[in-house]
Design a binder for this molecule. Structure first.
Ligand SMILES: [Zn+2]
Length: 448
């Protein structure tokens, strides 16, 4: 659904904006308490986001920022602009090749001073939708009773969204070490930006099963690691672009040979993507294509496609950008139509490419859909296995057939303006089990 040519006004958030300080990774290992302290510090710092600025960032310490890479930026130029170093940026962002950064990539700019230890002052936690006092107590390694006492709560079952709870410093003690059979859990990236893909890696000894649940209702499905990392399993979780900022629960359950189950509860710190807002004004003839029935029917067809996928990983290495051209609309941009509320967001990246230009498969896979759709126009969707799909829309020509195997770089179609498009361009998207994620992350990072 592209209307970039019709865009009349556009308010894009400034490139730099305050978020939490980086916690330097999110690796926890059994019986390594210093790592656990980092984990707890990370969880606490997330909640500092909701505390008045005086608490979150004392005047002598600059808040950390996220910077969106612009065309022709270099890491050293960004480092000098923020009075940082290339090494610090490489470390904070897990960059493999400092010469390889991409427009649209979001970089955490670490501050010069080490992260502040949060245990010296009282914390304030702002209650999120669906949170319980029990869950909050777990998050801070405290008890429901202690929270009730500290906040003079009449009824522990009655807390509401937006309520501010005091977490006294004495309560901010480290969580328990990982219970056996868990050996290590790694969440990458952490903190994670709205719309990114989370990689969960788990090492556990002598287990026969491992399952997970994100945000209480999203199954996290693990696959075995490769030969050289025997005993390690990994899973991918698409973090929705509109997901609420803050800590989200991730529960992991391991089953041993005797059928005994062990659970660990982690929290995934999600930070604001700083996505801009664009208002799109539709001419009357195009507005008809926003008909909810039409959109629903097409979505049902797509849900069928995204609900079926290969059990093997077909992709390898980073994805390639499927067509050369300037980006006209970034993933995640909030969209309002005809001045209404910004309820939707851009589910992929739009590239301004001349009509007829080749559109390439971003990675290996099997064609899951190759047909004209009403809103998305001539469409190709590739199944890369394990719930990963890539979509290529508004094509003038489709050059593959459903069921066909494709290799990275194969031509799948030609750029066009079919469907709800106001001019030739390519819309490219990636989904993780049906959840749209930022495709750019898949081009600069090898996942998992
Ligand atoms: Zn688009």
């Amino acid at each position: 659904m592209e209307f970039s040519k019709l865009k009349l006004r556009s308010q894009i958030a400034p490139a730099g904006f305050a978020i939490q300080r980086p916690d330097g990774g999110f690796v926890i290992r059994r019986e390594q308490k210093h790592e656990l302290l980092k984990l707890v510090a990370g969880a606490l710092l997330v909640h500092l986001l909701f505390v008045p600025l005086a608490h979150a960032a004392p005047p002598d310490q600059e808040p950390t920022t996220v910077y969106v890479v612009q065309l022709d930026d270099t890491l050293s130029a960004i480092a000098s602009r923020y009075d940082s170093t290339v090494q610090a940026l490489v470390q904070a962002n897990g960059i493999k090749d400092p010469n390889l950064i991409h427009p649209g990539q979001r970089l955490v700019i670490p501050s010069a001073s080490p992260p502040q230890e949060p245990a010296t002052q009282a914390q304030v936690h702002v209650v999120h939708r669906g949170e319980t006092l029990y869950r909050i107590a777990q998050l801070y390694g405290t008890t429901v009773q202690a929270l009730v006492a500290a906040n003079n709560l009449a009824d522990p079952n009655l807390i509401h969204r937006g309520q501010k709870l005091i977490i006294p410093s004495a309560m901010a003690s480290p969580a328990e070490p990982l219970p056996a059979p868990f050996v290590a859990v790694e969440l990458t990236p952490s903190p994670i930006v709205q719309g990114q893909t989370l990689v969960v890696k788990v090492k556990a000894e002598g287990i026969v099963g491992l399952s997970g649940l994100y945000d209480k209702d999203r199954p996290v499905v693990f696959v075995e690691g490769e030969q050289q990392t025997l005993g390690e399993r990994w899973a991918l979780v698409g973090i929705h672009a509109l997901t609420e900022v803050g800590a989200h629960p991730l529960k992991l359950t391991a089953t041993d040979a005797e059928g005994q189950q062990t659970e660990v509860l982690l929290s995934v710190p999600v930070v604001d993507g700083g996505y801009g807002v664009e208002n799109i004004v539709l001419p009357p003839d195009r507005s008809a294509l926003l008909d909810p029935d039409l959109i629903k029917a097409e979505w049902e067809r797509l849900a069928q496609v995204f609900g079926v996928f290969g059990r093997q990983q077909l992709w390898a290495g980073p994805f390639i950008v499927p067509a050369e051209g300037p980006i006209t609309s970034q993933f995640g941009t909030r969209r309002s139509y005809n001045g209404g509320p910004a309820r939707s967001y851009h589910e992929g990246i739009d590239y301004d490419v001349p009509p007829g230009a080749a559109v390439l498969a971003a990675n290996d896979g099997q064609v899951a859909l190759a047909e004209p759709l009403t809103v998305r126009g001539n469409a190709v969707i590739i199944d890369h296995g394990l719930g990963i799909h890539s979509g290529y829309y508004h094509l003038s020509e489709i050059n593959v057939q459903e069921g066909q195997q494709v290799k990275q770089g194969n031509v799948v179609g030609k750029v066009g303006d079919t469907g709800l498009a106001t001019g030739p361009h390519l819309h490219w998207e990636i989904r993780v089990r049906g959840i749209n994620v930022d495709p750019a992350q898949w081009t600069w990072q090898t996942i998992p």
